[in-house]
Design a protein around this ligand. Structure first.
Ligand SMILES: CC(C)=CCC/C(C)=C/CC/C(C)=C/CC/C(C)=C/[C@@H]1[C@@H](COP(=O)(O)OP(=O)(O)O)[C@]1(C)CC/C=C(\C)CC/C=C(\C)CCC=C(C)C
Length: 425
């Protein structure tokens, strides 16, 4: 039994035995989170991940039901949170990555840590649960969904289940009920996560992820870390150094790489060190998140008074926080300030460096997983080109990749997936 499973067991024991349903928002009356995915930000929180199309075609009505807590969650800290407080952003990431590798290597390939016989779910067929995850993924993340079609059906379903959990977690602090979300609600979401790792899902979508845990050796740490990233978003509106921002990027996006690695798998012919592939996965998450941040600078300031840019770097480029808040932009000339332009060039270069680090690892992935990953990489990176085309004006313009360009990128991604260039390096 791994350390994480022991942790999970301990946490579940602290969770209550009663399983009455109540909303995670913390209000006492049962309520429904009507849609979990792709809904535009309530404006309460940064707009970094609000590009999803708003649609009612696939509504995922789910009560976020939780075991009744038997402790005062206000002051409670999970053991790993206490430990992590001392660590820098990169150390937090490194620790989680090593844990994931250790967990992955503790069992034969494609074996989960959870014994399928311990799965307690009587709320319907798992087939139906996965189908629902697939429907959500195809509605809100079409490119990912399309990419998963090259994977084995089992792999694809497990990626959808992970996607849905990430989306729901993000939706807690970025969705229509975001204003009701308290730190305690996130504690309860975390308890529910721990319960899943004990084989005890609370609803159909959780059941799909719990089943995934019996198929692949997923480590709990990145899931906890993502929840902690959402906690950061509740309290933190400024980042003083890149290390602070890096930690945020790891928590909300790098974690996705760690969660999906065991499902995607490493190419059997790859003979290099496995941590290189994990580092590439983390780099892709960071690159994607930095790109989202750069795209949404203006919206984040205007709608949420948030600056996801290192303040010390803003200063190094000769600007003040107040100037950035006032949007360094000369609307009369339709131009951004030269200092802002140089600052943005620096930020874009850094995001591209992370994309480059990610590129070096994609070819080491199992061939079936490469297409969705190349697609994510190529499409997100193009947002950076678009910011450049907008003359670095991310205050009054939103960079995007036109549909036609997206369309031509997919075969390019397929080609890169089929014809590896970096393998075994
Ligand atoms: C196979 C594959 C590509 C799987 C990934 C599918 C998956 C589980 C995605 C979850 C994404 C998600 C809902 C994350 C929650 C937090 C969040 C919303 C982060 C932001 C994503 C973009 O959000 P959004 O769709 O709202 O963006 P728009 O605003 O619409 O533009 C993030 C920016 C982060 C997403 C992070 C990744 C996709 C990291 C992927 C990394 C890997 C799959 C590892 C690849 C492996 C190697 C070796 C390179």
């Amino acid at each position: 039994m791994t350390l994480s499973m022991l942790d999970a067991r301990r946490m579940a024991q602290r969770s209550a035995s009663s399983s009455s349903s109540f909303p995670i928002s913390g209000s006492t009356a049962p309520s429904r989170m009507s849609r979990i995915c792709g809904i535009r930000s309530s404006g309460r929180r940064a707009t970094r991940r609000t590009g999803g199309r708003c649609s009612t075609a696939v509504q995922v009505n789910c009560t976020i039901a939780m075991p009744q807590p038997n402790h005062s969650s206000k002051t409670m800290q999970f053991p790993q949170q206490q430990q992590q407080q001392q660590l820098s952003g990169k150390q937090v990431e490194e620790q989680a990555m090593l844990r994931c590798i250790q967990t992955d290597q503790s069992v034969p390939p494609s074996t989960g840590l959870l014994d399928p016989r311990t799965l307690r779910w009587q709320g319907g067929s798992l087939e139906g649960a996965y189908e629902r995850c697939g429907a959500v993924c195809s509605e809100y993340a079409k490119t990912f969904y399309l990419g998963t079609q090259l994977m084995t059906p089992v792999q694809a379903r497990c990626i959808w289940a992970i996607y849905v959990w990430c989306r729901r977690t993000d939706e807690l602090v970025d969705g229509p009920n975001a204003s009701k979300i308290t730190p305690q609600a996130l504690d309860r979401w975390e308890e529910r996560l721990e319960a899943m790792f004990q084989g005890k899902p609370y609803d159909e979508l959780d059941a799909a992820l719990t089943d995934t845990l019996s198929k692949y050796p997923l480590e709990i740490q990145p899931f906890r870390d993502m929840i902690e990233g959402m906690r950061m978003d509740l309290f933190k509106s400024r980042y003083y150094t890149f290390d602070e921002l890096y930690e945020y990027c790891y928590r909300v996006a790098g974690t996705v790489g760690l969660m999906t690695m065991p499902v995607m798998g490493v190419d059997p012919s790859y003979k290099g060190p496995v941590d290189k592939v994990y580092r590439a996965a983390l780099a892709l998450g960071t690159a994607n998140q930095l790109t989202n941040i750069l795209r949404d600078v203006g919206e984040d300031i205007r709608e949420r008074d948030r600056i996801y840019l290192p303040l010390d770097e803003i200063k190094q480029f000769g600007m003040t926080e107040e100037e950035v808040k006032a949007c360094i932009h000369r609307p009369t000339q339709g131009k951004v300030d030269e200092r802002w332009r140089s600052f943005m060039k620096f930020q874009i270069k850094r995001a591209r460096d992370y994309f480059q680090e990610a590129e070096d690892g994609v070819d080491c992935l199992d061939v079936k997983a490469r297409w969705p990953v190349w697609s994510a990489l190529i499409l997100y990176r193009q947002i950076l080109d678009s910011i450049e085309k907008n003359d670095y004006d991310n205050f009054s313009m939103r960079a995007y990749v036109p549909k036609a360009k997206k369309f031509t990128s997919l075969p390019m991604a397929l080609f890169r997936a089929m014809v590896p260039q970096n393998q075994n390096k």
